[in-house]
Design a protein around this ligand. Structure first.
Ligand code: IMP
Length: 198
């Protein structure tokens, strides 16, 4: 499979080490030169959007303009229907300034106290933006439920409490290749690839 990106170079518009790692792994087969916004010394824009797609687009546009290169951003998070979709676009913020996802997962569990619906889903919006203005967003989602206590240390963020539908193990316990075969990010990525391959 091949994809065409002008200059064969792309910037990952994220400062989140877990996401940068996963996006690098997803891009690996395509022989692109991949650099992250952090490595280029670019700041992170404020996420003022009200949807995953809006935030993905503002991050990708910011980095494409700042770097002069095509930029791929990811805005994603965990949505819990029993919490009216929270933490949702605020998934990173729930971990506080120290990005403590142990605390964020405890907060989810605390707020779920007494509720029977433990369903949840991850959403990922990827945006590919080019310097000069064009941008496209691709979304993926995976459904599952929440376990307690957290299990596994293979992923990042909320992975240790999320068990994808049809599986007994959490994303935190799953090998990266297995997560990449089904995750919200992989599903959004598949749409992006279909677009790039015309
Ligand atoms: P943002 O998109 O940078 O605002 O942050 C999204 C947050 O959602 C991340 O910091 C993670 O906590 C969470 N998140 C997104 N994708 C995943 C995933 O694949 N596994 C676990 N947590 C995730």
């Amino acid at each position: 499979m091949s994809v065409t990106i002008p200059g064969n170079r792309i910037v990952i518009a994220s400062h989140n080490a877990g996401k940068v790692r996963e996006i690098r792994e997803l891009l690996d087969p395509f022989g692109l030169s991949v650099v992250s916004a952090g490595e280029l010394g670019l700041e992170e824009p404020e996420e003022t959007g009200e949807t995953f797609a809006a935030n993905a687009e503002l991050k990708a546009r910011f980095v494409a303009e700042g770097s002069g290169l095509p930029a791929l951003s990811d805005d994603s998070g965990l949505a819990v229907p029993a919490l009216d979709g929270a933490p949702g676009i605020h998934s990173a913020r729930w971990a506080g300034p120290k990005r403590d996802f142990g605390l964020a997962m405890e907060k989810v569990e605390r707020e779920l106290d007494g509720k029977t619906d433990r369903s949840a889903y991850f959403v990922c919006a990827l945006c590919l933006a080019f310097p000069g203005g064009s941008a496209e967003v691709f979304e993926g989602r995976i459904d599952g439920d929440l376990v307690w206590p957290p299990r596994g240390d293979k992923g990042f963020g909320y992975d240790p409490i999320f068990r994808p539908e049809g599986h007994d193990i959490t994303f935190g316990e799953m090998e990266p290749a297995a997560k990449h075969a089904m995750s919200h990010r992989a599903r959004a990525f598949a749409k992006l690839l279909r677009h790039l391959q015309g």
